[in-house]
Design a protein around this ligand. Structure first.
Ligand SMILES: *Cc1c(COP(=O)(O)O)cnc(C)c1O
Length: 348
C-alpha cells in the first residue's frame, strides 16, 4: 500500500552529485567554486545573526532585489529571490506547467528539470542537441500542451553556450515561456539578461552557488517582467529565503570586484586545464563554464573515474543513453587541478 501520489511512487528522485566527508577528496564533481567567498559576505552573516534572527525574514528579500535590480538596470519588481536557483525552477514549474502538460528541455542537460516535471505530474520532452551543441527547430516546435521550456546556458555537462542572438531567435519561434538557466553565466563571455526586456517570454535565472562561491548558502534569483514575477510570488513559500541568506546574498552581489577577480582566476585555470587535457589525448569541449566536458577515444572513462576516486580525486562520470559517455571535471584551484592531472597522467 502506497500512501503517496502514483506519480511520486513511480519516480526515482533526483540524485545530487556526491558530497563526501570534507577534506578527504579533491572534489571536482559538482562545479562548486574552489575559493572562499568574499569576506564581506561572512561579515554580513555575522551581523545578521546578531540582529535579525527573532523575526521572520523579509518575504521578498527586498534589499537583495534592490541591489540586483541596480546591477541589471531594471526595477526591483523584475527580481524574484529563491532558496537556490533550484527553488526558482520549482516555482516556475509549479506555476507554468499544468498536470499532464509538457515541460521541454534539451538533452543532455540538467537532469533536475525532468524530476520537477515528474513531481508536478507533467510530461517532459527532451530535445537532443545537435553535434555542434546548437538546437534545431524541433526545440521550438509548437505544441498545444507546452507549459515551459528550460535552456541551461552555458549548458551542463557540455559547457557550451548559445549566443544571445541564437536564444532570441529560439524564443521568437517558441509559443510559450523560455527559462534561460544562467547558473554558469558568471564564467561566460555573454549572457541573456538584456533579452528579458525585449521579449516577455524570456526569463533568466541566476545562482550564487557557482560564481560567488556560495553553494552552501542556497540563494538564486529570477529576472523576468514584473507581471510574471507577481504571478510567481503567489506560488513560492512565504519565507523561501532566510534572513542570513538574504543578508549574505546582498553583500555578495554588492562585491562585484570580488566576483570579477574570482571569475578571472577560474577562467585562467580553465584554459590551462583545457590545453593539458587535450595534450593527454582527450577530446575537450571549449567551455564557457567552470567545468570541462571531455571524452577519450581509447580509454574506458568509467574505469578512469573509479581509479581516480580510489586515489581521492572526485570527478563526474556521466553516461547518457543514446548519446554517449564523458567526464565532467570542475575547474578547481591550480593546485587541485595539477593534482588531478598528475593522477590522470599516471593512470592513462
Ligand atoms: C548548479 C545548477 C543549478 C542550481 O543552482 P542552485 O542555485 O545551487 O540551486 C541550476 N541549474 C544548473 C544548470 C546548475 O548546474
Amino acid at each position: 500500500m502506497s500512501y503517496v501520489r502514483p506519480e511520486i511512487a513511480a519516480m526515482a528522485g533526483y540524485v545530487p552529485g556526491e558530497q563526501p566527508q570534507a577534506g578527504k577528496f579533491i572534489k571536482l564533481n559538482t562545479n562548486e567554486n574552489p575559493y572562499p567567498p568574499s569576506s564581506k559576505v561572512v561579515r554580513a552573516i555575522q551581523e545578521a545573526a546578531e540582529t535579525s534572527l527573532i523575526r521572520y525574514p523579509d518575504p521578498l528579500g527586498t534589499p537583495f532585489r534592490i541591489r540586483a535590480a541596480e546591477l541589471w538596470g531594471v526595477e526591483p519588481d523584475w527580481i524574484l529571490c529563491g532558496n537556490g536557483s533550484d527553488d526558482i525552477l520549482t516555482i516556475l514549474t509549479r506555476a507554468m506547467v499544468a498536470e499532464r502538460k509538457l515541460l521541454r528541455l534539451p538533452y543532455p542537460s540538467y537532469v533536475l528539470y525532468k524530476t520537477l516535471a515528474e513531481i508536478q505530474g507533467a510530461r517532459s520532452q527532451e530535445v537532443k542537441f545537435q553535434a555542434d551543441w546548437t538546437l534545431a527547430d524541433d526545440f521550438v516546435a509548437p505544441d498545444p500542451d507546452l507549459g515551459i521550456t528550460y535552456l541551461p546556458n552555458p549548458n551542463s555537462p557540455s559547457g557550451t553556450i548559445l549566443s544571445p542572438d541564437q536564444v532570441l531567435e529560439l524564443a521568437s519561434k517558441l509559443e510559450g515561456p523560455l527559462l534561460v538557466d544562467e547558473a554558469y553565466a558568471d564564467f561566460a563571455d555573454e549572457h541573456c539578461v538584456s533579452l528579458v526586456k525585449q521579449n516577455e517570454r524570456i526569463m533568466v535565472s541566476r545562482t550564487l552557488s557557482k560564481g560567488y562561491g556560495l553553494a552552501g548558502l542556497r540563494f538564486g534569483y529570477l529576472i523576468a517582467q514584473p507581471h510574471l514575477i507577481a504571478e510567481l510570488q503567489k506560488v513560492k513559500d512565504s519565507y523561501n529565503c532566510d534572513a542570513l541568506s538574504i543578508a549574505a546574498a546582498t553583500a555578495a552581489i554588492d562585491d562585484q570586484i570580488w566576483l570579477q577577480d574570482n571569475v578571472d582566476r577560474v577562467r585562467q585555470t580553465r584554459e590551462r586545464m583545457f590545453e593539458e587535457l587535450m595534450q593527454m589525448g582527450f577530446s575537450v569541449q571549449p567551455s564557457q563554464a567552470n567545468f570541462l566536458w571531455c571524452t577519450h577515444p581509447d580509454w574506458s572513462l568509467k574505469t578512469l573515474f573509479e581509479e581516480m576516486k580510489a586515489k581521492r580525486i572526485l570527478i563526474r562520470y556521466m553516461l547518457y543513453p543514446e548519446w554517449g559517455e564523458g567526464l565532467r571535471i570542475t575547474v578547481g584551484t591550480d593546485e587541485q587541478v595539477d593534482a588531478c592531472l598528475a593522477v590522470m597522467r599516471s593512470l592513462l
